[in-house]
Design a binder for this molecule. Structure first.
Ligand SMILES: *[C@@H]1O[C@H](CO)[C@@H](O)[C@H](O)[C@H]1NC(C)=O
Ligand SMILES: *[C@@H]1O[C@H](CO)[C@@H](O)[C@H](O)[C@H]1NC(C)=O
Ligand SMILES: *[C@@H]1O[C@H](CO)[C@@H](O)[C@H](O)[C@H]1NC(C)=O
Length: 279
C-alpha cells in the first residue's frame, strides 16, 4: 500500500513538471486571444501586402507565444501584460481612431506601445477607465493634435508612470488640464511638438508631484514658458530643453526652485555647466 502511494505521488510530480515544461506557466486565455484578433482586424494592417504585416505570427492557440516581444504574458496568471504595436498600421490607410475599449479587455495590461500608427484619437475613450494596471503608454509619432479630446481620455490612468507623446504636432490646446490627475506619472515626453506654454496653469502639469523626468526639447518654448509653478515639480531630476527659444537668463532664474534637478540637457555643453553653477 505504502509503495503504491509513493508511486502515485511520483507520478503526479512527473505529470506536473512535464506540463510546466510544455507551457512554461504561460498559455494564453481564450478571451484574450480573441481580443488580440479583434485588435488585429481593427488595425487593418497592410491588407494588400501580407509580407509587411507584423501579424504574420499571430496564429495558433497560445497567444503568449506569438511573435516574441510584441505580446508578453504574466507568468502567474497567463494574462497579457504587454502589447507592442509599433508601426503596425499601413500608413497609406490614413488616420486611425482605435477603440480604446478593445485594449481594456486585457485586465492586467501594464504596457502598451502604439508608436507610429497614425492615431488621431479614440473611439470609446472611456475604455481607459478600465485599464487600471497600465503603467507605460507610448503614443509617440502619431497625430494626436487632430482632436482636443484625444488626450483627456488618458487622465483616468491612475497608475500610469511613463507617458510618451513625442512627435504628435501637439499645441497647447491639445493638453487637457486633467493631465494633472496622472498622479503616478514619473516620465513625460512631450518633445518634438508645437507647444509654447506646456507648463501653464491650464495644462495642470505643474501638479505632477512625482514627475521625475520631463522632455520638452524641440518645442516653441520662449522665456515665459517657465512659469513659477514649475517649482511644484518637486521630484524633477531630469529636464530636457534643447531646440527651444529659451534664453540663458530665463533658464538660469526659472529653474532655481527645482531643488532636486540633477541633469539639465540644453544641447550646448558650456551653457549646461554655467546653469549648474547658478542653481
Ligand atoms: C469597441 O470595442 C468593444 C469591445 O470589443 C465593443 O464592445 C464595442 O462595440 C466597440 N465599439 C465600437 C464603437 O466599435
Ligand atoms: C481629475 O480630478 C478631478 C479632481 O480630483 C476630478 O474632479 C476629475 O473628474 C478628474 N478628471 C478625470 C478625467 O479623471
Ligand atoms: C503649486 O503648489 C502650491 C502649494 O502647494 C499650490 O497652492 C498651487 O496650487 C500649486 N500650483 C499648481 C499649478 O499646481
Amino acid at each position: 500500500m505504502r509503495g503504491l502511494h509513493a508511486y502515485s505521488i511520483v507520478g503526479v510530480l512527473w505529470f506536473v513538471s512535464v506540463c510546466c515544461c510544455f507551457y512554461g506557466g504561460q498559455a494564453c486565455l481564450e478571451e484574450e486571444r480573441k481580443a488580440l484578433l479583434q485588435l488585429k482586424d481593427s488595425i487593418n494592417d497592410y491588407p494588400n501586402n501580407a509580407t509587411h504585416s507584423v501579424f504574420q505570427d499571430w496564429v495558433g492557440e497560445d497567444c503568449c507565444q506569438w511573435e516574441r516581444g510584441r505580446i508578453s504574458c504574466s507568468n502567474s496568471s497567463s494574462r497579457v501584460i504587454g502589447i507592442d504595436l509599433f508601426g503596425a498600421r499601413d500608413p497609406s490607410l490614413g488616420v486611425w481612431y482605435p477603440n480604446a475599449t478593445l485594449f481594456a479587455q486585457f485586465k492586467e495590461l501594464e504596457s502598451l506601445y502604439l508608436t507610429s500608427n497614425q492615431i488621431g484619437g479614440w473611439v470609446m475613450p472611456e475604455g481607459f477607465i478600465q485599464m487600471k494596471n497600465l503603467e507605460m503608454l507610448d503614443l509617440s509619432r502619431n497625430m494626436l493634435h487632430q482632436s482636443s479630446q484625444s488626450l483627456s481620455g488618458l487622465c483616468s490612468l491612475k497608475r500610469l508612470k511613463q507617458l510618451y507623446l513625442w512627435d504628435n504636432q501637439l499645441d497647447d490646446r491639445s493638453l487637457p488640464s486633467c493631465l494633472g490627475n496622472l498622479s503616478s506619472l514619473e516620465d513625460l515626453d512631450l518633445s518634438y511638438n508645437n507647444l509654447r506654454n506646456p507648463l501653464g496653469i491650464s495644462t495642470g502639469l505643474c501638479g505632477l508631484k512625482r514627475l521625475t523626468r520631463l522632455f520638452l526639447s524641440h518645442n516653441n518654448l520662449h522665456d515665459q514658458s517657465l512659469p513659477s509653478c514649475l517649482g511644484n515639480l518637486s521630484s524633477l531630476v531630469y529636464l530636457e530643453l534643447f531646440g527651444t527659444n529659451l534664453t540663458f537668463g530665463a533658464i538660469s532664474t526659472g529653474l532655481c526652485s527645482l531643488k532636486r534637478l540633477k541633469t539639465l540637457v540644453l544641447g550646448i555643453t558650456n551653457l549646461m555647466i554655467e546653469v549648474f553653477h547658478h542653481v
